[in-house]
Design a binder for this molecule. Structure first.
Ligand code: SDX
Length: 429
């Protein structure tokens, strides 16, 4: 069957560009030869119509609100699996057998401690440092402690570095939280599952025994599954670009954490909760909807809209269900923030502006209410997003490194600056 092509005609010259078809989803026009054949670049700031790579990890259909991890629907993984099973699936491309799952859990559990000297690292921060600033720094600092797993060309070292990050990022996140609230650090407990261990490292104190609430642990584990990966989003693209230069995996993940922090991306969960608190009561919602629609007002509804989803984010639906589950378990009735959130969603989804622009709640809209109810301060919300997304970043980084066609990412530009001109001495300016 002859390969399909797209003909591009420039100044009377026609160039045939190959069309590549994936398993599902949009095809791509391979423009790699474009500059060589026409002397021109494509132009797509924000990459709204650009596929940066070939990948087999995650598939999103934004119009239908579909999210698949290695082909499995997010709804089924969130319902039936646990977060470490999803980590195995994203990394290995298949669901683990019972033996593979038990071995994987055992290996992750025994990498959860960090080098004791790293604990002193935290004391260098101002005590009011934002936990995300501590995460960017401490994950990057792992490359200073684990030199035996920074050679990206050695598959064994790549796997050790991957396991270390999946295992140690929750410990670093809990240390950042403890430093933020001024409580003593708590060590991992090997007899607890991944998410229960994280909860005890965050909320246990030396003065009394800490008992993990299994309902909250299951809910947080499901929240981690929802946040694990999401195709070529901004932070994943950052990790891939950093990795394409051969930088060590710890530095690449630190770059991803830095990008995730932005309020347009993972920082939206913190911003969305602050927005709900600022709205405060249902009667103030119209004022904020009007601001979100006002072209002259930079205010946006945080937790709403998405580059890819032009339908309801499937993760937001599961998130909303989890919110009700957690509030019920904690006996929180009529949470004012949830009341504002649900009324805001109802009004927005019936408003012409949001309908026309296809703006729906995304994963960050409800997550903050749940995490706040669990006892996390707002400043920790994006840290929890980063904890879960570390696995997706690693899976994508690994796929890029193992791609034989991989080369350093180096985009070009449309130059609109000054043409060549000669230097003028200062006394002649
Ligand atoms: C995440 O990419 C991913 O996969 C990310 C993520 C992941 O798992 O990795 O899903 C996680 O980052 C979710 C998104 C969290 N961010 C927010 O909730 C912040 C609020 N949302 C917006 O900033 C915005 O919707 C973005 C950044 C998410 C998407 O922006 P786009 O795709 O660049 O869309 P756009 O800015 O061009 O908006 C299209 C129109 C614009 O109006 P016009 O200029 O066409 O007149 O919709 C408007 C925007 O002004 N718009 C909003 C809006 N989002 C878009 N108006 C009001 N409130 C909003 N939230």
């Amino acid at each position: 069957m002859t390969a399909k092509t797209a003909a591009l005609s420039v100044d009377g010259n026609s160039v045939d560009l190959k069309i590549k078809q994936g398993t599902i989803g949009p095809s791509v026009v391979d423009i790699a030869p474009l500059y060589k054949d026409t002397g021109m670049f494509t132009f797509d700031p924000g990459f709204t119509s650009t596929a940066s790579c070939e990948s087999q990890i995650t598939y999103i259909d934004g119009d239908e609100g579909i999210l698949l991890y290695r082909g499995y629907p997010i709804e089924q993984l969130a319902e039936h699996g646990d977060f470490l099973e999803t980590c195995y699936l994203l990394l290995e491309g298949k669901l683990p057998t019972a033996q593979e799952k038990s071995d994987f859990d055992y290996r992750v559990t025994r990498h959860t401690m960090v080098h004791e000297q790293l604990l002193r690292f935290f004391h260098g921060f101002r005590r009011d440092a934002h936990p995300m600033s501590i995460m960017v720094a401490s994950v990057g600092a792992l490359s200073a402690f684990y030199h035996d797993s920074t050679d990206i060309n050695d598959p064994k070292q790549r796997m050790i570095a991957s396991m270390r990050m999946i295992a140690k990022v929750p410990t670093l996140a809990a240390l950042a939280y403890k430093y933020h609230v001024g409580q003593p650090f708590v060590y991992p407990q090997n007899d607890l599952d991944y998410t229960s261990n994280f909860l005890q490292m965050c909320f246990a104190v030396p003065c009394e025994e800490y008992k993990v609430n299994p309902v909250l642990s299951r809910a947080l584990d499901r929240i981690f599954i929802l946040h694990a990966d999401h195709e070529q989003n901004a932070s994943t693209s950052t990790v891939r670009l950093a990795g394409s230069s051969g930088a060590n995996p710890f530095a690449c993940i630190a770059a991803g954490i830095a990008c995730l922090w932005g309020p347009a991306h993972g920082g939206a969960n913190e911003a969305a909760l602050k927005m709900l608190e600022e709205i405060g009561t249902v009667d103030r919602i119209p004022e904020f909807i009007a601001r979100a629609k006002d072209k002259n007002d930079p205010f946006r509804l945080m937790g709403f809209g998405h580059r890819v989803y032009k339908n309801y984010d499937p993760r937001a639906k599961i998130m909303q269900k989890t919110t009700h589950e957690v509030l019920n378990e904690l006996g929180i009735k009529d949470d004012p923030l949830l009341e504002v959130a649900m009324e805001l969603e109802r009004i927005a989804l019936s408003d012409e502006y949001f309908i026309e622009k296809k703006l729906y709640p995304n994963i960050d809209f409800y997550s903050g209410i749940t995490l706040k109810a669990m006892g996390f301060p707002t400043a920790m919300f994006t840290v929890l997003f980063a904890l879960a997304r570390t696995t997706g970043w690693i899976a994508q980084w690994k796929e890029m490194i193992e791609d034989p066609a991989q080369k350093i990412g180096r985009p070009r530009q449309l130059y609109t600056g000054a043409p060549r001109r000669d230097y003028v001495n200062i006394n002649q300016r």
